[in-house]
Design a protein around this ligand. Structure first.
Ligand SMILES: [Zn+2]
Ligand SMILES: [Zn+2]
Length: 389
């Protein structure tokens, strides 16, 4: 039977509606309610309330087979949109700058496509996840029983990717997104007159030393084969130009593609601050927060995703998939799911749009159909590969 794909015009309209009404992490009430309403209309009985606003629907073929989880994220970012599209955000200071509006409708489209053309074996769990942006919503769903309530063999994720041609699908085995830590460093010294630095303990010059020396952690303390980065994004000190301040505050992020390298960076930054505190007679406290694991794609799941991409290209043409895309040092909370279950996180090209998290970014509606068909094909390929043994 030919799958009855949902109407693309309908999904586009829904995507734009979500874009106009973005919601921040764990506040995706309107989005979750729309998702639930559409799932019910398709005949699903969605489970709601995991991680506050998470929605999960299951398609059970009734025949034994693999249970796969397809996941979309729903939250927006605290960014003021500068784009002028008629569907631009109407929520002050909030926008869908990461395309999670597109992810949500692509998965809803897949739920529709698979309801009318289900595979012969197994189960499919459709997961609409809150709080991906800095909220570790995936981990919150897991903590609240996601895998206990919905036993799963393989997890799959899909993110739009502006650097790739529109509709191109991409995946790789092994690490695909970095693990990371955010950090805040407080340096407390002793304020003094700018002309009498010897009577104080200047936290600003110590802060400058921290920023400089921390670059050595990547250059000399970690394996150069494994990508890693230390970035300071906030350096806050002082009130005027003739007083040396008492305090300085720095904040930033550590990223790496291997958990061991991430541990080395974290330990190294702590030791560096401890040493500089002693050397310069100041107090330095380092607080690490928002740990994100490395997103590591499992081999078998990656092969299934790759097979789905190739089958789609063979059936419909379009850009050839990239089955060995370069990893990114951005991070993604789908890594929490992949720590528990084998799976694969893939990308879909967003074409020549602005970069993710920029104020003029927008999801490319032309790729909605490709995304829906990827999910649909993947579900069929997973069921068929299990049937083949
Ligand atoms: Zn994002
Ligand atoms: Zn995102």
């Amino acid at each position: 039977m030919q799958p009855q794909f949902p109407d693309v015009a309908f999904l586009t309209e829904l995507r734009r509606d979500l874009h106009t009404h973005p919601e921040l992490r764990f506040e995706e009430k309107r989005t979750a309610s729309l998702v639930g309403e559409h799932l019910r209309r398709l005949g699903y009985e969605p489970h709601t309330g995991l991680a506050r606003t998470g929605v999960v629907a299951t398609l059970d073929t009734g025949s034994p087979g693999p249970a796969i989880m397809l996941r979309a994220d729903m939250d927006a970012l605290p960014i003021s949109e500068t784009g002028k599209a008629p569907w631009a955000s109407r929520a002050e200071g909030v926008m869908h700058a990461c395309g999670h509006d597109g992810h949500t409708v692509m998965l809803l489209g897949a739920a529709a496509a698979l309801a009318s053309d289900p595979p012969s074996y197994g189960k499919i769990h459709f997961v609409f996840q809150p709080g991906e942006e800095g909220g570790a919503g995936a981990q919150v769903m897991i903590d609240e029983g996601l895998f206990r309530l919905f036993p799963t063999d393989y997890c799959f994720g899909l993110h739009n990717w502006p650097a790739l041609p529109a509709g191109q699908l991409a995946v790789r085995s092994g690490p695909i997104m970095a693990g990371g830590w955010r950090f805040v460093i407080e340096i407390i010294g002793k304020g003094s007159h700018a002309a009498q630095p010897h009577l104080g303990r200047d936290p600003l010059t110590v802060g400058a030393a921290v920023v400089q020396e921390a670059q050595m952690l990547v250059a000399r303390r970690t394996d150069p084969i494994i990508p890693a980065v230390v970035s300071f994004c906030i350096f806050d000190a002082g009130t005027t130009d003739n007083i040396l301040p008492e305090r300085a505050r720095l904040a930033g992020t550590l990223r790496a593609l291997a958990p061991s390298v991430l541990d080395d960076l974290k330990d190294g930054l702590q030791h560096l601050c401890d040493g500089l505190a002693v050397a310069h007679g100041v107090t330095i406290s380092v607080r690490f927060h928002q740990p994100y694991p490395v997103t590591v794609n499992e081999d078998m799941a990656t092969r299934l995703a790759g097979k789905a991409m190739q089958a789609l290209e063979a059936a419909e043409g379009g850009p050839a998939p990239d089955l060995n895309i370069a990893p990114s040092l951005a991070s993604e909370d789908f890594g929490f799911m992949l720590r528990q279950k084998p799976g694969a996180y893939a990308m879909i090209g967003n074409g020549s749009s602005s970069k993710l998290h920029s104020p003029d970014y927008d999801f490319n509606d032309d790729v909605i159909q490709r995304g829906v068909r990827y999910w649909h094909t993947l579900a069929h390929i997973c069921a068929a590969s299990a049937a083949a043994g």
